[in-house]
Design a protein around this ligand. Sequence first.
Ligand code: ZN
Length: 274
Amino acid sequence: MPELPEVETVVRDLRPLLVGRRFTSAWAGRLALRKPWKAAWKKRLVGRRVEAVRRRGKWIVLELDDGGRLVIHLGMTGQLTVTSTDEPRKAHTHLRFDLDEPIRQLRFRDVRRFGSATLFPSEEEVEASFTASGLGPEPFGLDPAYWRQRMASTSRCVKAVLLDQGVVAGVGNIYADEALFEARLHPSLIASALGDEAADRLRQAVASVLNRAIEGRGSTIRDYVGGSGLRGAFQNEFRVYGCTGRPCNRCTAVIERVRLAGRSTHYCPQCQKS
Ligand SMILES: [Zn+2]
């Protein structure tokens, strides 16, 4: 499932290809995504120019020149790419948007259809929707006092807290495991028992792991590709995620896997003491 680094990579790839371009037509397939595409949105979208492309959590926001916002979530298997119009349309392509630059198209492909594309009339409505879904702050530049307080006030394990999009936006299973390894914290530790020093270490580890993953263009486990269709490379840098049974590259102990917060959780039993 794409997490923050993958979504950020899509945004950075799409930005130079979309900003300043106008949508000249929109086509939606028969099968619905997680939220259905409304026919009325086509009329509202055609003729609009893209003014900015940005990310919020795992959401991609296209800012349009009439104040409207096309908001896209990649779900589990979504691929949002700008391709040549000539390029054969792959199966599971659910949305296509022609651009005023000849021969280019924005396409949304999603095998499992957990993704969505929604046209909001204004920035305010997008923000209201994010607030209603309880979306927490971005992981970069997090206020240390906020983070310490969130850790200190819950009896959940740190792995579960990292996955909570209301505490911090954009972190999923992969980068939660990698950040806990970086911070040398066992994933089953109770968050309120961390103390300020360990909480600070974890906050910094989250930002640093996510930044490195963005530099690596995200991780391709199955379907993920960036906005220009290229796969990610950060999966080659994983130190615990998917490394069960392999030696830790810090201490050579064997990486273990447990089920925690409903998710497969990977850690080094030597570096991440409980
Ligand atoms: Zn280790």
